[in-house]
Unconditional design. Sequence first.
Length: 100
Amino acid sequence: MNNISGISGTSTAELLKQKEKLSSSGSGDAFSQHLKSALNEVNELQVESENAIGDLATGQVKDLHQAALAIGKAETSMKLMLEIRNKALNAYKELGRTQL
């Protein structure tokens, strides 16, 4: 009767395989596809969270725990995406300040 779905972690071996696949492609297309995929996943989590909040507001929530998990996942994924964006912007600004 356990409704909690397992958290899928990425192993080091899987990360190395992804790195090799990205480096062997040689183009920025793989990176852009990976980034688009990550953004779509964050968007899906946000939509699920909004649905859960709507269900909470209208009293139609079936499982309060699952709704709280959906909201927590969306919040965490958004924070991670914002941090990645901030790091990318900082790197871009640093490159702009680099004198050639």
